[in-house]
Design a protein around this ligand. Structure first.
Ligand code: FDA
Length: 440
């Protein structure tokens, strides 16, 4: 048999270690691939529980995503996560899967850990907790926990191939020892490694320039685990140039809105800030809705979410004022946006008392139920996360272990569990890492 290695090279056997030349194999209880949020946290805890753990990462600098997260201050969790209904803040093809891990390792557990390490933090908005000083505090804490737990970290180190012994006993173990699952072997750029447990924590595809790769998905395929289709999440949305031409001049403008997509029970709605960009829309409102937006579907935006009935307000103003309609609107909206809106129709460029009721109704609709259809997203270069990933139906929700391959675990973003903006993705990394560490 031949197994495809993650680097694409064909290796001689899926089930037996390479034997051409005597190779010194270093043994660990667990090897974690990926020294990001989930991998470092999992390794530190498994090490603290007495396992001999090795972490491997191909990047020169570890945990780069933590470093750049939250504008450099790392939004490490969210106090509003309802541990009875955690799935409300996560997207997955299998909505209930994340419940078990998230309810066993909660935001309060991570907060307590930061407090023990004297890391100061503050709440910014809707339960989002950020470091006062720097994301580096979280990285420093994770590395210190790994050090205290005697975790080895190899980086930069490439994993060239992974295979599993077809024997139920590792080399050198007594035949009388109780049967253990066949160990994993890894050929790496720093030598060959053997471990009873293999944890894949290589994250998603976003921001390839700081080390993101599809490694985890390739390992899932190698071991025949199903995958849910991947797409960029928490990502700015773009529009066809001809649809966007009128709004290009608004780039940089931000305002609070209510945004929705989907129909009926599937509809999702967020009240957040919207940001105009040269190519489309961004800001928290768009990042949140992007996790739910389907290609071809329109977005509905209420640019005046604090006003109940703009039309009533406009009709009232028409009765009592002779001001230009744009001046009336300027009391509620930024002038740049007002100018762009009224430029779309000559009737809207008149004093309000000369604007027909029908034209005011059309304007009210444009302001409170603006329908626009994005043409796409800014892609993985700008996405904060990857939606989809390893199908959770192939994993245990208690341990993150593959149902088919005992000893093989997937944690963090590589799994088909994606959080809302606001610290939920790191909470998933900590919680899934914890579930795995305590099970190995
Ligand atoms: P993570 O990406 O952290 O780590 C994966 C590790 O695997 C990396 O170290 C990588 O080098 C390594 N790796 C990849 N391929 C490999 C290979 N072939 N061999 C060896 N190693 C390999 N979330 C949140 O909750 N709050 C926030 O404030 C933010 N902010 C934010 C900002 C930006 C700009 C981005 C891009 C993302 C965020 N996120 C976030 C999302 C959050 O960063 C993300 O969900 C977690 O880091 C996921 O943790 P993981 O450990 O799963 O992957």
């Amino acid at each position: 048999t031949a197994a495809q290695s993650p680097s694409g090279a064909t290796k001689p056997s899926a089930n037996s270690p390479q034997t051409q030349a005597p190779v010194r194999t270093q043994r660990f209880d667990a090897v974690v691939i990926g020294a990001g949020a989930a991998g470092l946290f999992c390794a530190a805890q498994a090490g603290a529980l007495g396992l001999r753990v090795l972490v491997i990462d191909h990047a020169k600098r570890l945990a780069e995503k933590i470093r750049i997260s939250g504008g450099g201050r790392c939004n490490f969790t969210n106090r509003d996560l309802d541990v009875r209904q955690p799935q409300h803040h996560f997207v997955s093809d299998n909505a209930q899967f994340c419940r078990s891990a998230l309810s066993r390792f909660t935001p309060q557990h991570f907060i307590a850990l930061l407090q023990q390490h004297g890391i100061a933090f503050h709440e910014k908005h809707k339960g989002q907790l950020f470091c006062d000083h720097s994301a580096q505090d979280v990285i420093g804490m994770l590395l210190q926990l790994c050090k205290e737990a005697n975790v080895d970290i190899w980086h930069p180190c490439e994993v060239e191939s992974i295979w599993r012994s077809d024997r139920s006993q590792a080399e050198g173990e007594s035949a009388d020892a109780p049967a253990t699952p066949a160990p994993f072997y890894l050929r790496t750029s720093q030598g060959q490694v053997q471990a009873g447990a293999l944890v894949i924590a290589t994250g998603g595809l976003s921001i390839p320039k700081i080390g993101a790769s599809d490694f985890g998905y390739r390992i899932a395929k190698q071991f025949e685990l199903p995958l849910i289709a991947r797409r960029p999440g928490l990502v700015p949305l773009t529009f066809a140039p001809q649809d966007w031409a009128a709004f290009v001049a608004l780039a940089g403008l931000a305002l609070p809105v209510e945004i929705a997509t989907g129909q009926g029970k599937q509809a999702m709605r967020f009240k957040e800030d919207l940001l105009f960009t040269h190519r489309g829309l961004s800001g928290p409102a768009i990042l949140q809705i992007s996790n739910y937006w389907k290609v071809g579907a329109p977005l509905q935006i209420n640019l005046l979410p604090e006003l109940d009935h703009v039309l009533d307000e406009l009709l009232q103003a028409k009765r009592t004022s002779k001001r230009l309609l744009s001046n009336v609107l300027a009391q509620w909206l930024p002038t740049r946006l007002v100018d762009t809106m009224v430029a779309q129709r000559t009737e809207w460029q008149r004093p309000i008392d000369q604007v027909p009721d029908k034209a005011l109704a059309a304007l009210a609709e444009q302001l409170q139920a603006w329908q626009i259809t994005p043409s796409g997203t800014e892609g993985y270069a700008k996405a904060e996360v990857t939606l989809g990933g390893v199908d959770t139906r192939a994993l245990s929700s208690k341990t993150m272990e593959s149902q088919q391959h005992p000893g093989l675990y997937f944690i963090g973003e590589v799994v088909d569990v994606t959080g809302w903006l606001g610290g939920y993705n790191f909470q998933w990394a900590w919680a899934s890492g914890h579930a795995c560490a305590t099970a190995m």
